[in-house]
Design a protein around this ligand. Sequence first.
Ligand SMILES: Nc1ncnc2c1ncn2[C@@H]1O[C@H](COP(=O)(O)OP(=O)(O)O)[C@@H](O)[C@H]1O
Ligand SMILES: [Mg+2]
Length: 245
Amino acid sequence: MKRIIAFTSGKGGSGKSTCCVSVALALGQAGHKVLLCDLDAGLRCLDLLTGVEENLVFDLKDVLEGKPLADAALQSPLNPNVFTLAAPKYNYEFDGEALSSMLLTAQEYDYILLDFPAGTDFPFCKEISDIVDFIVVATADRVGMRDGDAMTQKLMEFGANCRLIINKFDRRLVKQGTFGGVDDIIDCCGCRLLGIVPFDPLMLSRKQGKFYKRTLTKRAFERISKRICGYEVRLPRIKKIEKGK
Ligand SMILES: Nc1ncnc2c1ncn2[C@@H]1O[C@H](COP(=O)(O)OP(=O)(O)O)[C@@H](O)[C@H]1O
Ligand SMILES: [Mg+2]
Protein backbone atom coordinates (compact mmCIF):
# COMPACT_ATOMS: atom_id res chain seq x y z
CA MET A 1 0.00 0.00 0.00
CA LYS A 2 1.25 3.43 -0.96
CA ARG A 3 2.05 5.88 1.84
CA ILE A 4 1.71 9.63 1.73
CA ILE A 5 3.90 11.60 4.13
CA ALA A 6 3.98 15.37 4.71
CA PHE A 7 6.97 17.34 6.00
CA THR A 8 5.80 20.30 8.06
CA SER A 9 6.89 23.04 10.44
CA GLY A 10 5.50 26.39 11.52
CA LYS A 11 8.56 28.40 10.59
CA GLY A 12 10.65 28.39 7.44
CA GLY A 13 14.24 27.19 7.65
CA SER A 14 13.82 24.19 9.95
CA GLY A 15 14.71 21.91 7.03
CA LYS A 16 11.40 20.57 5.67
CA SER A 17 12.48 20.66 2.01
CA THR A 18 15.95 19.30 2.77
CA CYS A 19 14.54 16.42 4.81
CA CYS A 20 11.83 15.71 2.23
CA VAL A 21 14.34 15.41 -0.64
CA SER A 22 16.91 13.51 1.44
CA VAL A 23 14.35 10.96 2.59
CA ALA A 24 13.09 10.60 -1.01
CA LEU A 25 16.63 9.89 -2.23
CA ALA A 26 17.17 7.32 0.53
CA LEU A 27 13.86 5.61 -0.32
CA GLY A 28 14.73 5.73 -4.02
CA GLN A 29 18.12 4.22 -3.28
CA ALA A 30 16.37 1.34 -1.53
CA GLY A 31 14.36 0.68 -4.72
CA HIS A 32 11.08 2.43 -3.88
CA LYS A 33 9.37 4.62 -6.42
CA VAL A 34 8.82 8.06 -4.90
CA LEU A 35 6.84 11.13 -5.93
CA LEU A 36 8.01 14.39 -4.36
CA CYS A 37 5.15 16.86 -4.40
CA ASP A 38 6.01 20.49 -3.67
CA LEU A 39 3.14 22.34 -1.96
CA ASP A 40 5.09 25.54 -1.34
CA ALA A 41 3.35 27.63 -4.02
CA GLY A 42 5.30 30.79 -4.78
CA LEU A 43 8.44 29.52 -3.01
CA ARG A 44 8.97 26.16 -4.65
CA CYS A 45 12.42 24.56 -4.44
CA LEU A 46 12.17 20.78 -4.91
CA ASP A 47 12.72 21.17 -8.67
CA LEU A 48 16.07 22.83 -7.90
CA LEU A 49 17.06 20.36 -5.19
CA THR A 50 16.33 17.38 -7.42
CA GLY A 51 17.87 18.88 -10.56
CA VAL A 52 14.76 18.96 -12.77
CA GLU A 53 14.29 22.73 -12.99
CA GLU A 54 15.39 22.97 -16.63
CA ASN A 55 12.77 20.46 -17.76
CA LEU A 56 9.90 21.94 -15.82
CA VAL A 57 6.83 22.64 -17.97
CA PHE A 58 3.77 21.62 -15.92
CA ASP A 59 3.25 21.93 -12.19
CA LEU A 60 0.85 20.74 -9.50
CA LYS A 61 -1.73 23.40 -10.41
CA ASP A 62 -1.82 22.03 -13.98
CA VAL A 63 -2.28 18.49 -12.65
CA LEU A 64 -5.11 19.57 -10.32
CA GLU A 65 -6.71 21.23 -13.35
CA GLY A 66 -6.56 18.08 -15.44
CA LYS A 67 -3.05 17.59 -16.90
CA PRO A 68 -1.90 13.96 -16.60
CA LEU A 69 0.45 13.47 -13.65
CA ALA A 70 2.83 11.53 -15.91
CA ASP A 71 3.41 14.69 -18.00
CA ALA A 72 4.26 16.83 -14.96
CA ALA A 73 6.22 14.49 -12.66
CA LEU A 74 9.87 14.74 -13.71
CA GLN A 75 12.40 11.98 -13.12
CA SER A 76 15.34 13.22 -11.08
CA PRO A 77 18.84 12.83 -12.48
CA LEU A 78 19.92 12.10 -8.89
CA ASN A 79 17.94 8.88 -8.70
CA PRO A 80 15.76 7.25 -11.37
CA ASN A 81 13.17 6.20 -8.74
CA VAL A 82 12.53 9.76 -7.61
CA PHE A 83 10.04 12.01 -9.47
CA THR A 84 9.31 15.67 -8.73
CA LEU A 85 6.01 17.45 -9.14
CA ALA A 86 6.76 21.16 -8.80
CA ALA A 87 4.57 23.65 -6.95
CA PRO A 88 3.07 26.52 -8.95
CA LYS A 89 5.51 29.40 -9.41
CA TYR A 90 3.11 31.92 -7.92
CA ASN A 91 0.85 31.88 -4.85
CA TYR A 92 -2.00 29.45 -5.27
CA GLU A 93 -4.65 28.12 -2.90
CA PHE A 94 -4.87 24.36 -3.19
CA ASP A 95 -8.28 22.80 -3.08
CA GLY A 96 -8.16 20.07 -0.42
CA GLU A 97 -10.58 17.75 -2.19
CA ALA A 98 -8.82 18.01 -5.55
CA LEU A 99 -5.45 17.45 -3.87
CA SER A 100 -6.74 14.47 -1.94
CA SER A 101 -8.15 12.79 -5.04
CA MET A 102 -4.95 13.46 -7.02
CA LEU A 103 -2.91 11.82 -4.25
CA LEU A 104 -5.23 8.82 -4.08
CA THR A 105 -5.16 8.24 -7.84
CA ALA A 106 -1.34 8.40 -8.12
CA GLN A 107 -1.15 4.62 -7.85
CA GLU A 108 2.22 4.01 -9.46
CA TYR A 109 4.26 5.36 -6.54
CA ASP A 110 5.26 3.50 -3.37
CA TYR A 111 5.65 6.75 -1.46
CA ILE A 112 4.42 10.29 -2.02
CA LEU A 113 6.27 12.92 0.02
CA LEU A 114 4.66 16.33 0.42
CA ASP A 115 6.82 19.37 1.08
CA PHE A 116 4.60 21.80 3.03
CA PRO A 117 5.00 25.57 3.10
CA ALA A 118 5.79 27.16 6.47
CA GLY A 119 2.77 28.03 8.61
CA THR A 120 0.20 26.32 10.76
CA ASP A 121 -2.95 27.24 8.91
CA PHE A 122 -3.61 25.19 5.80
CA PRO A 123 -7.17 25.13 4.52
CA PHE A 124 -6.37 21.97 2.52
CA CYS A 125 -4.97 20.10 5.52
CA LYS A 126 -8.32 18.94 6.90
CA GLU A 127 -9.25 17.17 3.66
CA ILE A 128 -5.97 15.31 3.32
CA SER A 129 -5.29 14.52 7.00
CA ASP A 130 -7.05 11.13 6.78
CA ILE A 131 -4.73 9.86 4.07
CA VAL A 132 -1.47 11.53 5.09
CA ASP A 133 1.03 10.84 7.89
CA PHE A 134 2.75 13.98 9.12
CA ILE A 135 6.33 14.63 10.07
CA VAL A 136 7.12 17.74 12.11
CA VAL A 137 10.65 18.96 11.37
CA ALA A 138 11.95 20.93 14.35
CA THR A 139 15.25 22.30 15.54
CA ALA A 140 16.42 22.07 19.15
CA ASP A 141 16.80 25.78 19.88
CA ARG A 142 14.09 27.45 21.98
CA VAL A 143 12.33 29.01 19.00
CA GLY A 144 12.44 25.74 17.07
CA MET A 145 11.04 23.82 20.01
CA ARG A 146 8.12 26.17 20.50
CA ASP A 147 7.47 25.98 16.78
CA GLY A 148 7.50 22.17 16.85
CA ASP A 149 5.04 22.23 19.73
CA ALA A 150 2.68 24.64 17.93
CA MET A 151 2.76 22.56 14.74
CA THR A 152 2.13 19.29 16.56
CA GLN A 153 -0.81 20.80 18.47
CA LYS A 154 -2.30 22.05 15.24
CA LEU A 155 -1.95 18.72 13.47
CA MET A 156 -3.40 16.87 16.42
CA GLU A 157 -6.53 19.03 16.15
CA PHE A 158 -7.09 17.25 12.83
CA GLY A 159 -6.47 13.89 14.52
CA ALA A 160 -3.37 13.56 12.33
CA ASN A 161 -0.69 10.94 12.87
CA CYS A 162 2.57 12.85 13.68
CA ARG A 163 6.22 11.94 14.09
CA LEU A 164 9.16 14.20 14.87
CA ILE A 165 12.46 14.79 13.08
CA ILE A 166 14.98 16.83 15.06
CA ASN A 167 17.06 18.56 12.41
CA LYS A 168 20.34 20.53 12.54
CA PHE A 169 21.19 18.86 15.83
CA ASP A 170 24.50 20.02 17.25
CA ARG A 171 25.74 18.36 20.40
CA ARG A 172 28.14 21.22 21.15
CA LEU A 173 25.20 23.58 21.41
CA VAL A 174 23.45 21.16 23.79
CA LYS A 175 26.55 21.22 25.98
CA GLN A 176 26.59 25.03 25.92
CA GLY A 177 22.89 25.10 26.81
CA THR A 178 21.92 26.89 23.57
CA PHE A 179 20.04 23.77 22.41
CA GLY A 180 17.73 21.65 24.51
CA GLY A 181 18.62 17.99 24.84
CA VAL A 182 16.85 15.34 22.79
CA ASP A 183 14.50 14.49 25.68
CA ASP A 184 13.55 18.15 26.12
CA ILE A 185 12.49 18.60 22.53
CA ILE A 186 10.53 15.34 22.45
CA ASP A 187 8.71 16.36 25.66
CA CYS A 188 8.04 19.81 24.28
CA CYS A 189 6.63 18.62 20.94
CA GLY A 190 4.77 15.68 22.43
CA CYS A 191 5.12 13.36 19.45
CA ARG A 192 7.16 10.26 18.76
CA LEU A 193 10.67 10.65 17.46
CA LEU A 194 11.37 9.43 13.92
CA GLY A 195 15.00 10.50 13.75
CA ILE A 196 17.73 12.99 14.50
CA VAL A 197 19.69 14.69 11.73
CA PRO A 198 22.96 16.36 12.70
CA PHE A 199 23.82 19.90 11.72
CA ASP A 200 25.90 19.50 8.59
CA PRO A 201 27.99 22.53 7.54
CA LEU A 202 28.46 20.98 4.09
CA MET A 203 24.73 20.93 3.42
CA LEU A 204 24.82 24.32 1.73
CA SER A 205 27.72 23.38 -0.50
CA ARG A 206 26.04 20.26 -1.86
CA LYS A 207 24.71 20.59 -5.34
CA GLN A 208 21.11 19.44 -5.80
CA GLY A 209 20.93 17.38 -2.64
CA LYS A 210 23.75 15.11 -3.76
CA PHE A 211 25.75 13.50 -1.01
CA TYR A 212 29.37 13.29 -2.06
CA LYS A 213 30.50 10.91 0.59
CA ARG A 214 29.04 8.74 3.26
CA THR A 215 28.38 11.27 5.97
CA LEU A 216 26.62 11.07 9.31
CA THR A 217 23.80 13.07 7.74
CA LYS A 218 23.33 10.58 4.94
CA ARG A 219 23.24 7.73 7.44
CA ALA A 220 20.67 9.61 9.51
CA PHE A 221 18.39 9.90 6.46
CA GLU A 222 18.89 6.24 5.59
CA ARG A 223 17.82 5.26 9.12
CA ILE A 224 14.78 7.54 8.92
CA SER A 225 13.74 6.07 5.59
CA LYS A 226 14.06 2.53 6.94
CA ARG A 227 11.84 3.44 9.89
CA ILE A 228 9.34 4.91 7.41
CA CYS A 229 9.40 1.56 5.59
CA GLY A 230 8.51 -0.15 8.86
CA TYR A 231 11.90 -1.61 9.79
CA GLU A 232 12.88 -1.46 13.41
CA VAL A 233 16.00 0.63 13.38
CA ARG A 234 17.00 1.49 16.90
CA LEU A 235 17.90 5.04 17.72
CA PRO A 236 21.43 5.38 19.00
CA ARG A 237 21.26 5.90 22.79
CA ILE A 238 20.36 9.53 23.44
CA LYS A 239 23.34 10.10 25.72
CA LYS A 240 25.58 8.86 22.89
CA ILE A 241 23.98 11.27 20.39
CA GLU A 242 24.46 14.14 22.80
CA LYS A 243 28.08 13.14 23.23
CA GLY A 244 28.45 12.87 19.42
CA LYS A 245 29.23 9.15 19.33
N1 LIG B 1 20.89 19.21 8.85
C1 LIG B 1 21.23 20.39 8.33
N2 LIG B 1 22.46 20.93 8.57
C2 LIG B 1 22.81 22.13 8.06
N3 LIG B 1 22.02 22.87 7.26
C3 LIG B 1 20.79 22.40 6.98
C4 LIG B 1 20.32 21.14 7.50
N4 LIG B 1 19.05 20.95 7.06
C5 LIG B 1 18.75 22.04 6.30
N5 LIG B 1 19.77 22.89 6.25
C6 LIG B 1 19.84 24.20 5.55
O1 LIG B 1 18.87 25.07 6.14
C7 LIG B 1 18.31 25.92 5.14
C8 LIG B 1 16.79 25.80 5.18
O2 LIG B 1 16.46 24.47 4.80
P1 LIG B 1 15.10 24.16 4.04
O3 LIG B 1 15.06 22.69 3.84
O4 LIG B 1 14.95 25.03 2.84
O5 LIG B 1 14.04 24.60 5.16
P2 LIG B 1 12.45 24.77 5.04
O6 LIG B 1 12.00 23.97 3.87
O7 LIG B 1 11.93 24.24 6.35
O8 LIG B 1 12.20 26.24 4.90
C9 LIG B 1 18.91 25.49 3.81
O9 LIG B 1 19.95 26.38 3.53
C10 LIG B 1 19.46 24.09 4.08
O10 LIG B 1 20.59 23.78 3.28
MG1 LIG C 1 10.91 24.53 2.16
